[in-house]
Design a protein around this ligand. Structure first.
Ligand code: IPE
Ligand code: IPE
Ligand code: MG
Length: 252
């Protein structure tokens, strides 16, 4: 029997895949384990999926690792997540360097514990010259506050007189988001079966294809990732046009 991943067309892969890695807590609770064990198991999935993305030659992989709302969780869970994040970054730096992976992050980095911020900054700096997969971690990230931040930057330029309000375009606003310079996500995957965005990439995902699977993040495999990409390849991206126009390959 051929593996489902063999159907994947390597020539029409999305440039940017973004993942809402959900379901760690339920995965653990279903097994009578502490929620933190689910997060720990989720880190293993992160490693697998980063490898899979790199092997496929994707340009950008964005992972929603901690939302601006996740600070509301019990203190013990938050500190456990921060410890896991720090050790993930420390342990993976050599793999990132060996595999030409460039680390980036999006979110309110200043809210992260100093020790986490330090390893994050070091890894970003040490991988800055890499030209392969961009691994973009969303940390203390919220889509609304990202847009507000961009609005404030633009508003202060207007107040200073270096920018005219008429010069504010979609491209200019995009350039003031954390994701500046990255292509918009083509595909957003959510594991854990919830049908919501949870404040993720509200601006950037405006035309992303969305794929939701019931599989919890710790169980999400390379094969599941390939299945999501195959599903993406079956979609017709219309960007407002008719299906006929797309088939005739009329320019956008
Ligand atoms: C996602 O898993 C990881 C983070 C939000 C950090 P959850 O912890 O939200 O898992 P569930 O949704 O409770 O199962
Ligand atoms: C979204 O998951 C955030 C991350 C995966 C980091 P949540 O579990 O926090 O989302 P909600 O609260 O169920 O919407
Ligand atoms: Mg959740």
């Amino acid at each position: 029997m051929s593996s489902p991943s063999s159907k994947l067309d390597r020539n029409s892969l999305p440039a940017h895949v973004a993942i809402i890695m959900d379901g760690n807590g339920r995965w653990a609770q279903n097994r009578g384990l502490m929620r933190l064990m689910g997060h720990r198991s989720g880190v293993k999935t992160v490693k697998k999926i980063v490898t899979a993305a790199r092997e496929l030659g994707l340009q950008v992989l964005t992972l929603y690792a901690f939302s601006s709302e996740n600070w509301k969780r019990p203190e013990q869970e938050v500190s456990g997540l921060m410890t896991l994040l720090k050790s993930y970054l420390e342990n993976e730096l050599s793999t990132m360097l060996d595999n030409n992976i460039k680390l980036r992050c999006m979110g309110r980095k200043e809210q992260l514990p100093t020790k986490v911020r330090e390893v994050l900054d070091t890894s970003i700096r040490k991988t800055a010259g890499n030209t392969g997969l961009i691994l973009n971690l969303a940390l203390s990230y919220g889509g609304r506050s990202e847009i507000v931040r961009a609005a404030r930057i633009l508003a202060s330029k207007c107040a200073e007189g270096t920018l005219h309000p008429d010069e504010i375009t979609e491209d200019l606003l995009s350039a003031h988001l954390y994701s500046t310079g990255l292509p918009d996500p083509d595909l957003v995957i959510r594991t854990g079966g919830e049908y919501r965005l949870s404040n993720f990439l509200l601006w950037q995902a405006s035309y992303a294809e969305i794929y939701i699977t019931d599989t919890n993040w710790p169980d999400f495999s390379k094969n599941d990732f390939h299945l999501a990409l195959e599903n993406y390849q079956e979609r017709q991206r219309r960007f407002g046009r008719t299906g006929d126009q797309v088939q005739k390959q009329e320019p956008l």
